[in-house]
Design a protein. Structure first.
Lengths: 781, 227
């Protein structure tokens, strides 16, 4: 035991303390839920518009809807497979609705509509059952008889001569429905049968979604003959697949990062104990990060975890500094000479990422908290646990000497490149200024969904004419009756827009569930038997349809007068329930929301300005365009992140200014960082990369990591000796950082690869530039 | 050929028609000489005849006989067509109504309300529109895709009978029969399920007043607006 070692009791106490903390963290992590949806990237404090958007994305029907395509073979084979698949899915009980274009889907609904036609028909008003109204209505019904469409109406003629059923059916015709081929939905290009299904389970229940998808694939395998392939898309697929992808990527990145960094460390130290010791702060940091996020947010997003892999490369730096730098004079000397610099670097890094914690978006806040606590954990483990385990650093030599020599050669050579590097920096700045529109990209750049999956989704959506289901009118009120009344008022304003060509049509729950007021009003217009009989006799005089045939009509009207109103409860369990659930939602606070999706005119976008104008003045009524709202959300998100990154960078500079207490030295430290950021951004601009939020986070990381290098070089030159060991440690620390971020740059998850592609080259640049722009020893007394 | 050219400036369809007549006569003479049965007037010949017309404006009167009703239902209005795919039926009496088909979009206006729908979402409608558009454009392939086709008569007076191949449509429409003279449609008769029938009589619109048409759009097809 060396004289500098701590007493045994102290050492045991430190290790026990550390172990207890690690166990506590492990326990907390074991209780943590991990999510992989877009929720982390939606604001935690939304405005009313955003709240609607989040509800739609998170729990609305879109989050439970699967788009299904069957490719291959010929139309008849596909149609048969579509029918068998739909039957199997319906039988499984996992799906609330399965539609494939078969007409039998609607048989039950049709009977129900006929039965309730006098409560539902928009044509029922005070004039409808007068002599003139009856004559008009009968004439209109007759105008369809003797045409091919009349064949559906004729059986109902005696019960419904005024054509209420036809009036309701007409309002239900979608303006843009999928093509029908061999009796089922098919794509317009041909070659694909189509189905739409919604799962019974909530969109957020990923295990249940995953089970439903498995069931779907099994059912397809059981019914489909060879030569057919199944294509599935929709929010549940994205959620389940990205969870699986994030899980496997995180595992892969963690393994590859650990193996790569370990290999580097082994090369450098040629010592297994050194390797083990170096990985200890890393593990501690990752555990600390996950625990902090779990405690702070009640759950951890998969992307945050994937980001954890980058922490390996960062946190291992502290261990490397310790292992190499304490070798010469022991840990006490390291604490005196190097720890202040490491601590300052830690503070600057924490400052940089601390700014993100206050982001209004849980995803960014998680990244910030994760990094801050991870770095703190790693640094504290290095400061307190490493001296206990390896008080004299690592004895192993490995390639350290060569690294040191390489570092020395670079330190000697690089300053000569100052002017060319400065010129490059100016050129990069000019390029960036000339490029202008630098920050582009959208919210989808944050999601782990591949371009291929998005393309399949877009093609299925286009086939199903489900593309613009993303414009809807949202109506809200405290109770269900108020909501339905407001939806009726909104629908009345939308109807004239169809004629004006602003929209192709609209859907509303009030077509099946009118407000009680409206139902009572309609029924109040139904006359008693005697006056109706007299009016009917008068209205049909001299016409081709004799009143004697219409006894069933008189009976139905009398029965309707006594019918009980349609309520949400009376619709439960009917074939209409899923439709109603899709269009009418109850919030957690008990208030109600009705959705009126707008249909475009085929081939033209919805005239949203006209819709917004038409809805003006209606209380609790808004137009929500999901695509536009998402873009606005991302813009707000980007603006906020830019402000925070700027604040973070300023924080880094402020901490360094306080520590260095010299404008000249501060400038010397900031210069390489600024240049590294400029050159990295310039290179990205040259490669035509659209910069998004995660590139921004990457740049912040470059500043945070780079400040450590700059500070070390600054310290190195101030102390006047170019210590080869110090240089070796810096070089090794940089290599591990570049390696782990390089791995992440190869990730298939766009969010991670964006960060990796910025930090890997940025960190390398930061080191080289720090060496190049370090104050010359000669200039220091 | 030379004789046609020498006759001043007849419209191109007129030229073709005469040429066809000359050929028919020549063919008949040859066939008679050989003692073979006369070559039937078939679908390709009819299609070729119909394909010459690129647009048409006609008026119609329709009489529908429905079982269970006391008398026939009558209506009248106009039909218009312009190649390749626009077809409109405007009913003026007894109630104004319209159906306009363009490409894959159907707009129906009844009782002051407009509804749009995708044509190919309703296979029965697809087939019916194919019958109308296929006949108007002389597209034999479209007709044969949706119907079993029979052609009888000759170019001067022909009958085109279409029996739906689609089972669902066949359950509603047993048969369509179109009678025409050369490139013009004269009647369209629908035999519907349950014995209902609809007979549409098509007549050319009175000639448009001179100058009401863009002048440079020649050669405009003759049949709908003769001379």
């Amino acid at each position: 035991m060396t004289p500098s070692a701590l007493p045994l009791r102290r050492r045991v106490a430190v290790l026990l303390c550390w172990l207890a903390l690690v166990l506590a963290a492990g326990w907390q992590i074991s209780r943590t839920t991990f999510t992989a949806d877009l929720s982390a990237f939606l604001p935690s404090d939304p405005d009313p518009q955003q709240r609607l958007l989040i509800e739609q994305l998170g729990s609305g029907v879109p989050a439970r809807t699967l788009l299904i395509g069957i490719d291959g073979a010929d139309a008849q084979v596909r149609a048969d497979a579509s029918r068998s698949l739909a039957a199997k899915m319906r039988a499984s009980g996992l799906f609330e609705q399965v539609h494939n274009g078969e007409r039998s889907d609607w048989a039950d609904v049709g009977a129900w509509l006929v039965e309730h036609r006098y409560q539902l028909s928009p044509a029922v008003d005070a004039r409808r059952f007068t002599v003139a109204g009856l004559r008009d209505a009968i004439e209109e019904t007759l105008s369809l008889l003797g045409t091919p469409a009349g064949h559906l109406l004729k059986p109902l003629l005696e019960r419904d001569p005024t054509g209420e059923t036809q009036r309701i059916a007409e309002s239900l015709i979608p303006s843009d429905a999928p093509r029908s081929e061999a009796g089922v939905w098919a794509s317009r290009q041909g070659g694909r049968a189509l189905l739409v299904a919604s799962t019974r389970a909530a969109g957020s229940d990923l295990d249940a979604q995953s089970a439903a998808l498995d069931q779907l694939r099994e059912a397809f395998a059981a019914v489909a003959p060879a030569g057919l392939t199944l294509k599935v898309s929709g929010a549940p697929v994205f959620a389940v697949d990205s969870r699986a992808q994030i899980e496997s990527e995180v595992r892969w990145l963690a393994i590859a990062g650990t193996v790569g960094v370990s290999a580097l460390l082994l090369l450098a130290f040629a010592s297994l104990p050194a390797l083990g010791a170096a990985l200890l702060p890393v593990g501690t940091g990752v555990l600390a990060g996950i625990t902090a996020v779990s405690l702070g947010f009640g759950g951890v997003h998969g992307i945050t975890l994937g980001f954890g892999a980058t922490l390996i490369g960062e946190a291992v730096d502290y261990a490397i500094y310790f292992l190499i730098q304490s070798r010469r004079a022991g840990w006490r000397a390291w604490l005196k000479s190097s720890w202040p610099t490491v601590r300052l670097g830690l503070l600057t890094s924490m400052c940089g990422f601390g700014a993100l914690i206050f982001s209004g978006f849980p995803g960014l806040a998680q990244l910030g908290l994760f990094t801050v606590s991870g770095l703190l954990g790693a640094a504290l483990a290095t400061r307190f646990v490493m001296p206990v385990l390896l008080p004299e650093g690592s004895r192993g030599q490995g390639l350290r000497r060569q690294l040191g020599r390489l570092g020395q050669a670079a330190v000697d050579a690089l300053p000569r490149l100052r002017w060319p590097l400065l010129a490059l920096g100016v050129a990069a700045a000019a390029l960036l200024a000339a490029r202008g529109e630098l920050w582009r990209a959208d919210l989808s750049s944050l999601s782990p969904i591949s371009a291929e999956a998005l393309a399949l989704d877009a093609s299925l959506r286009a086939d199903l004419s489900a593309g613009d289901a993303r414009s809807l009118v949202v109506v809200q009120a405290a109770d269900i009756e108020g909501t339905l009344q407001r939806a009726e008022a909104a629908a009345a304003r939308l109807e004239p827009l169809i004629d004006r060509g602003a929209i192709g049509g609209w859907d509303s729950v009030t077509r099946f569930l009118p407000s009680l007021t409206r139902q009572r009003e309609r029924l109040s217009h139904l006359p008693p038997a005697a006056p109706l009989r007299a009016a009917l006799a008068e209205a049909t005089r001299d016409g081709p349809l004799r009143a004697e045939r219409l006894e069933p009509f008189l009976d139905d009207v009398q029965r309707a007068r006594e019918s009980s109103p349609i309520t949400l409860e009376s619709l439960r369990g009917t074939a209409l329930a899923p439709l109603v659930d899709a269009l009418l939602l109850q919030r957690a606070d008990g208030s109600w929301v009705a959705l009126l999706p707008l249909q475009p005119i085929a081939g033209a976008p919805i005239d949203s300005a006209a819709v917004a104008r038409a809805l003006q003045g209606l209380p609790g009524t808004q137009l929500l365009e999901i695509g536009r709202a998402l873009t606005q959300l991302y813009e707000r998100y980007l603006g906020e992140a830019q402000a925070q990154a700027l604040l973070g960078a300023l924080g880094v500079v402020a901490v360094m200014a306080l520590a260095l207490r010299s404008w000249r030295r501060l400038l010397a430290v900031c210069q390489p960082l600024l240049l590294a950021v400029l050159l990295t951004m310039g290179a990205l601009a040259l490669l035509q990369v659209h910069l998004g939020i995660l590139h921004l986070v990457g740049l912040l990381l470059v500043v945070a990591v780079g400040s450590n290098y700059a500070l070390f070089f600054n310290m190195l030159q101030r102390d006047g000796h170019g210590d080869p060991d110090m240089l070796a440690s810096l070089l090794l620390a940089n290599l591990t950082t570049v390696l782990s971020f390089g791995l992440i740059a190869m990730s298939a998850i766009p969010a991670l690869s964006a960060i990796g592609r910025v930090v890997a080259p940025g960190a390398l640049l930061a080191l080289l530039l720090s060496a190049a722009f370090a104050p010359r020893p000669a200039a220091v007394p | 050929m030379k004789t046609c050219r020498a006759e001043g400036s007849p419209g191109l369809p007129e030229t073709r028609r005469r040429l066809a007549a000359v050929r028919t006569v020549a063919a008949l003479v040859v066939l008679a000489a050989l003692g073979l049965p006369a070559l039937a007037f078939d679908l390709p010949a009819l299609a070729a005849l119909l394909a010459q017309r690129k647009s048409a404006e006609t008026r119609f009167t329709e009489e529908r006989t429905i079982s269970g009703l006391d008398g026939p239902l009558r209506s009248s209005g106009t039909l218009s067509f312009s190649a390749p795919d626009r077809f409109a039926r405007h009913t003026l009496e007894p109630r104004p109504e319209s159906m306009v088909v363009e490409g894959n979009t159907v707009s129906i206006r009844r009782g002051g309300r407009t509804r749009q729908m995708a044509l190919d979402a309703v296979p029965e409608l697809t087939a019916l529109i194919a019958a109308v558009r296929g006949t108007l454009t002389g597209n034999a392939a479209t007709l044969q895709q949706h119907f079993r086709v029979q052609v009888a008569g000759n170019a001067a007076l022909w009958t085109l009978t279409l029996v739906p191949r689609d089972e669902r449509l066949a359950a509603q429409v047993h048969e369509l029969q179109i009678v025409g003279q050369r490139g013009e449609l004269r009647t369209l008769e629908l035999s519907l399920a349950g014995g209902d029938r609809s007979l549409m009589i098509i007549e050319p619109l009175p000639p448009a007043p001179p100058g009401s048409r863009p002048p440079a759009s020649a050669p405009r097809a003759g049949p709908a607006a003769p001379r």
